[in-house]
Design a protein. Structure first.
Lengths: 308, 308
């Protein structure tokens, strides 16, 4: 059995990309099981409801030797625990290459576009494969989510073109309206514990010998998160110890104003924020201005500092 | 400027793949310079002569920040020295993923086929690009070389199909005859020093915390190499010290009988050969039978032993 995996704290792309690839493989007669490694966020729940698709199964252990398709991630720190007991057959991604060695040759498609579903759309096009309406909705949602409705810096033509092509199948009447509904769903933090808020998009990166946790809350209303500052700092402190990371950051990204307010846990993080971004911290808060992309801006900047 | 690189000890695929990709980029109006990191072997010289193409420039340092296209390799131990001061923009390969982290997202095409030129042929086909006759000759030569004229275990349909398609452009009259001429050229070891023989296809692999040198002499006449056993053992001992590797092997592959006779340097290598392949060593020689593929058989087997 081929297992389709996404990273431990899946965002909308990380859920929709495996579902799209799973549908494609099934149509080719290849048995597969998409499994998720973490909880689904409110935005993704809205998307799955809209497309009328049930959420995949949560499963974090498999039989040793199982074949894996990695989607939307490659670094082993973000992947299934004990990944080296499995065989990686496929990797489809749009991130920088992290720690990801394999024992045998495999199939890899990585492109510097903004969304894994954009890469999948390109493969579908090359192979003359037309996804179903439900899958087209998922793929569009992933691209709108990852690009913040094309607001992210250096959103590529490929991302825009994919949405245009896919919407000839999905027929979402008003894409901007749909995107805002998605983002509003994501901004709803009520009913979530601080640790649940954190884990909606939590990623640990290997940088040199260090492990750095960087998570991002993308929201149309930063107040939802800032009102929970005290609880979030407590949850960060617990995570730092439990996950054995060297530094930990929460970036609260205001999708509408495209600004980044960062929660700074302690002295180590304060020094790092000063050195990396030249930003001053007050009351555990730092203004990182327009640094809103984890992939293009935050991770590369941290990498330079921590992997020295 | 975009620099197209192959690994330090280039075989025919490693030279032809960058030349093919360079011609494609040039036709797209993208300035690029293919450079080689090591000496060209006699087989590749025969191929370049047949296609009437001059050999690329030897160059092992570039301006920091230069953009790289990696072809036919990904592990940093096989690549340009100090690779982390450059930017990797593209990776086209058919090997397992080794130590290959990047600071930013990039374009990656890796497929579990037998030759980098097969991957390139697939990209050309997807993009409706027809290579010139000269480039088609290079690409066919690379595939014939890597697959030992389709003799290697698990040569894929994609490799065969690529040769068939490319020969409608290259018009090589008799492919088998052409392949044998290539292999004969490679088997000519006269006039080469032991170190030159070794470096014709020398690769260092990172396995766990260890560095293992595995090189392969593919020949239609193993006697050429076996007659130089003493000199080769001396050259191996020097390489082991100078390159700081933990173990070192020369596999002499008889292309016609598809058998592997291995030169075993010392006690460490002897123990490893016994443990990995169950093979007994006598007078520095071990018979590894039909283990003739470095990529599919030798490296994965060593990896299991050394990366414990």
């Amino acid at each position: 059995m081929l297992y389709l995996l996404w990273h431990q704290n899946p965002d909308t792309d990380a859920i929709c990309a495996p579902l799209a690839w799973s549908a494609y493989l099934t149509d080719q007669g290849i048995a597969n099981t998409p499994i998720r490694l973490g909880d689904i966020n409110n935005e993704t729940r809205f998307v799955l409801d809209y497309a009328n698709i049930t959420e995949p199964k949560l499963q974090t252990t498999l039989n040793p030797g199982s074949s894996l398709v990695l989607l939307d991630h490659n670094d082993e720190a973000q992947s299934i625990p004990n990944r080296d007991i499995y065989t990686i057959s496929w990797l489809i991604d749009h991130h920088a290459l992290g720690k990801c060695t394999t024992n045998a040759p495999l199939m890899i498609r990585v492109e510097p576009v903004w969304c894994t579903c954009t890469v999948i759309h390109q493969i579908f096009t090359e192979r003359n494969y037309t996804p179903s309406k439900q899958i087209a909705i998922l793929m569009i949602s992933a691209i709108l989510s990852d690009t913040l409705f094309f607001r992210s810096p250096t959103t590529t033509h490929a991302d825009r073109d994919a949405v245009t092509a896919l919407n000839t199948i999905a027929h979402i009447p008003n894409l901007e309206e749909y995107a805002i509904k998605m983002f509003d769903a994501k901004s709803q933090l009520d009913g979530l514990s601080p640790d649940q808020i954190i884990t909606t998009d939590y990623k640990i990166f290997s940088m040199g010998t260090k492990k750095i946790a960087i998570w991002v809350i993308e929201t149309t209303n930063p107040r939802f998160a800032l009102n929970k500052k005290k609880e979030l700092l407590t949850a960060m402190a617990e995570r730092k110890v439990n996950d054995g990371v060297d530094a930990i950051f929460i970036h609260i990204i205001d999708i509408l104003t495209e600004t980044n307010t960062t929660l700074v846990l302690g002295k180590e993080e304060e020094q790092a924020i000063q050195a990396i971004y030249g930003a001053h911290t007050q009351d555990h808060l730092a203004n990182l201005g327009d640094k809103i992309s984890r992939k293009k801006q935050l991770v590369p900047a941290c990498e330079k500092y921590f992997a020295r």
